[in-house]
Design a protein around this ligand. Structure first.
Ligand code: SF4
Length: 334
């Protein structure tokens, strides 16, 4: 049973964990209490607390694990946006509401959007899809990485449940001269000049944070895949958190993990955590969050508390969390 988090926290909490400055934008991350659905689509700003903008060059997905059950993107694409050309036909009705049908759509018009944004910002890539969905051709992913490579003023936050494909894609592209693939995409598809290609950084792209979404311990294999993926920053989103998760082995490069992984294992750079929102939301015990926060603190890994139920209400404002969960930190990325 879900237990109360102990009453609403207030700004009078003492001893909370200090917030680190966000590494990219000069603005402090917002903690608006807007709904978590429609606002996530407004590309130039986002209501998602850990990002500043969303970029959706691809629409569509399919349910892969329990964390997808109440996927906000699915409900939005099959609800309010079901008549829009971008999302039309990507879901089917069912007894429990709209469900993704597995069709994917590349939205060419959105592809170069970050190149037109001059002010640096953190950008959530594909909040309405999964970039590494099995039906997304490698060539589409190439185009998206080409944009991320060129738009170095931004920080891109990729989040997937298909961690195995993400690892395979990046390993394959690295082995086959990923720079050339992206350069081809930039010239042939995006219509950019060779001058832009010359500005490509090497692998891993320093402005791309690769992340996986994990809802319980059963699916922590995604973290192991992530740790074997070339990335400048590796992060995990534990949302919706559906059970306790032992993160210890992923937060530090301990000898046992090194022994098992053999090949220079990494550790996580950032952990985001949140409970499920909306009607019939599955409960998150606050102690699950406390445990992860404590593990992160012990390992020195930045932790970001996104949202949780307090006294029967979904809270997204930092001050409304219990004192020991008033933590919103970011990785120290360059
Ligand atoms: S993988 Fe993500 S976008 Fe796809 S159904 Fe699951 S939660 Fe939704």
């Amino acid at each position: 049973m879900h237990r109360s988090a102990g009453g609403p926290a207030t700004a009078t909490c003492a001893g909370g964990i200090a917030r680190q400055a966000a590494p990219v934008s000069t603005s402090v991350p917002t903690t608006r209490s807007t709904r978590d659905t429609g606002a996530a689509l407004m590309a130039d700003k986002s209501a998602i607390e850990w990002t500043e903008a969303s970029w959706n060059p691809i629409g569509g997905c399919s349910v892969i694990s329990p964390g997808c059950q109440r996927c906000y993107a699915m409900r939005l694409a099959g609800g309010r946006l079901r008549s829009s050309p971008k999302y039309r036909g990507l879901t089917e009705p069912s007894k429990v509401g709209p469900v993704w049908n597995g069709d994917m759509r590349l939205w060419e018009k959105a592809l170069d959007q970050p190149l037109r944004w001059k002010r640096p910002r953190r950008i959530f890539v594909n909040s309405m899809s999964d970039l590494f969905h099995e039906a997304v051709p490698d060539e589409w992913i190439d185009r998206i990485f080409a944009v991320m490579a060129i738009a170095q003023q931004h920080t891109f936050q990729v989040l997937t449940k298909r961690a195995d494909r993400m690892r395979r894609y990046l390993e394959m592209r690295r082995g086959n001269n990923l720079g050339l693939r992206w350069a081809a995409a930039a010239v042939n598809v995006l219509g950019l000049g060779r001058r832009d290609i010359g500005r490509y950084p090497g692998i891993p792209l320093p402005n791309v944070w690769l992340g996986v979404s994990v809802e319980n311990q059963e699916h922590d294999v995604r973290i192991r895949e992530l740790l074997a993926t070339p990335a400048a920053v590796r992060w995990v989103s534990l949302e919706p958190l559906l059970g306790p998760v032992d993160m210890a082995m992923y937060l530090e490069q301990d000898p046992l993990w090194r022994h098992l992984a053999l090949d220079a294992p990494a550790a996580l750079d950032w952990v985001v955590l949140g409970g499920e929102s909306g009607m019939h939301a599955r409960p998150m015990h606050p102690d699950w969050a406390r445990s992860v926060a404590s593990q992160c603190r012990a390992a020195g890994v930045p932790f970001f508390m996104k949202q949780m139920m307090v006294d029967g209400m979904m809270r997204k404002e930092l001050e409304q969390f219990p004192c020991d969960l008033q933590v919103r930190e970011y990785p120290n990325a360059s």
